[in-house]
Design a protein around this ligand. Structure first.
Ligand SMILES: [Zn+2]
Length: 398
């Protein structure tokens, strides 16, 4: 492991139960006019809504609300940019899950330049460089999963047969502040906790295994995995558990920091086309594939690169997540796969057939899986190996 590394810009971070009350004061530092971007399951209609609106009003802020339904499309971003670009927005506050945060990030990035987001999407269109400037963004996650509050990319989707799920990525898109209040998770339904929690776990695992891994991010990833170990199942069973809420909000934040710095792996490589072609939420697709992908990666490493350092990393995660002092690396790596299989079952993660995926779709998904995430997977997987991950979680009639 080389001791040479670079850490890209991070947001300023406010973390803890009740930090949401600091939001109006933080926003007011950037100016008076706030564009508040929320998701379809808007928090503002729940118990936190009135409290937040009163706080913004008391700080003398002028709030303009914008709601994004579902995962943001390029058209939805362009429409919002055109609608608000002449409104003198001084700061964008994005509150919600990954979709709301990614939408807020893209809108804040384009409000001043005003051009279509397709100009910049990776792998789609002209891929023109983004020159900014971005309007300041405050990211306020209400789920524990994507870690979008700490990343520099907004994932945008077009659904259907010629669909895509691609990133608008630039360091200038990183939020000025991430305000992470675990109390928000109290209103999260268990299915959302399961999918998002497995997404955070996958992001930590894949960044720890990334070909670009560095010691700084390793430390964060391992601590995040330990928090997820202690918190995910308890939170799934009881969103009223304050320690579990804090543990998963923290694991998710760390996963965003590490993925933005060192990249991901095969699960996220597959999540991109699956999420574009089929109506499967990002967290669910990661959660359903992570155990199978881990098994396939370990097998490929043992067959072709038995001395690869990633095998010791799988073993270390096996010992960490099971809490057992397993002696041999092979035994510890196998224990990791078994634990991930158990969690997939305990969290009731659905198989791919439930979202309309058929075995006939696998070749097309495999062909579109070699985007940026797959490039940092610890070993280059063959097409048959990538297909084997899908087959393991296809489900339905054999
Ligand atoms: Zn993810």
């Amino acid at each position: 492991m080389s001791m040479e590394f670079a850490i890209a810009r991070l947001p300023r971070i406010e973390f803890g139960s009740g930090v949401r009350h600091r939001l109006p004061r933080i926003a007011a530092d950037f100016g008076r006019r706030v564009l508040l971007v929320t998701g379809s399951r808007s928090l503002l209609q729940g118990p936190f809504g009135a409290e937040l609106e009163a706080g913004f009003a008391a700080a003398g802020l002028d709030l303009i609300g914008h709601r994004i339904s579902g995962e943001p499309s390029p058209e939805a971003i362009d429409a919002a940019v055109q609608r608000y670009r002449d409104r003198g927005i001084s700061v964008v506050v994005a509150i919600g899950g990954g979709s709301a945060l990614d939408a807020g990030k893209a809108i804040a990035g384009l409000l001043l330049p005003g051009n279509p987001v397709l100009d910049h999407l990776e792998g789609v269109g002209p891929e023109r460089p983004y020159l900014g400037p971005a309007v300041p963004l405050i990211a306020v996650p209400t789920t524990a999963g994507t870690g979008s509050e700490a990343t520099k990319n907004a994932v945008l989707s077009r659904d259907g047969a010629d669909g895509f799920k691609k990133s608008f990525r630039d360091e200038r898109l990183v939020a000025q502040y991430a305000v992470v209040d675990p109390d928000f998770l109290a209103t999260c339904p268990p299915t959302v906790i399961a999918g998002n929690g497995m997404d955070a776990l996958t992001q930590l695992l894949e960044s720890y295994l990334s070909l670009r891994a560095n010691p700084f991010c390793d430390a964060l990833a391992l601590d995040g995995l330990a928090r997820a170990r202690d918190s995910l199942l308890p939170l799934y069973r009881d969103a009223g558990n304050a320690d579990a809420r804090a543990g998963m909000a923290y694991a998710s934040l760390l996963s965003g920091i590490t993925l933005a710095q060192v990249g991901l792996g095969s699960v996220h490589g597959l999540a991109s086309p699956l999420g574009a072609f089929f109506p499967v939420p990002h967290g669910v697709v990661c959660g359903t594939l992570v155990a199978a992908a881990t098994a396939v990666n370990i097998r490929a490493l043992r067959e072709r690169e038995p001395r690869h350092p990633a095998l010791a990393r799988y073993a270390r995660m096996g010992r960490l997540l099971t809490g057992q002092a397993l002696r041999g690396d092979a035994e510890a790596a196998d224990a990791l796969v078994a634990l991930l299989d158990d969690w997939t079952r305990l969290l009731d993660l659905p198989t791919l057939d439930r979202f309309g995926v058929t075995p006939g779709d696998h070749p097309r998904v495999v062909a579109s899986s070699r985007g940026s995430s797959m490039k940092t997977n610890p070993i280059v997987l063959q097409d048959t190996e990538i297909a084997a991950i899908l087959e393991a979680r296809q489900g339905g009639a054999p």
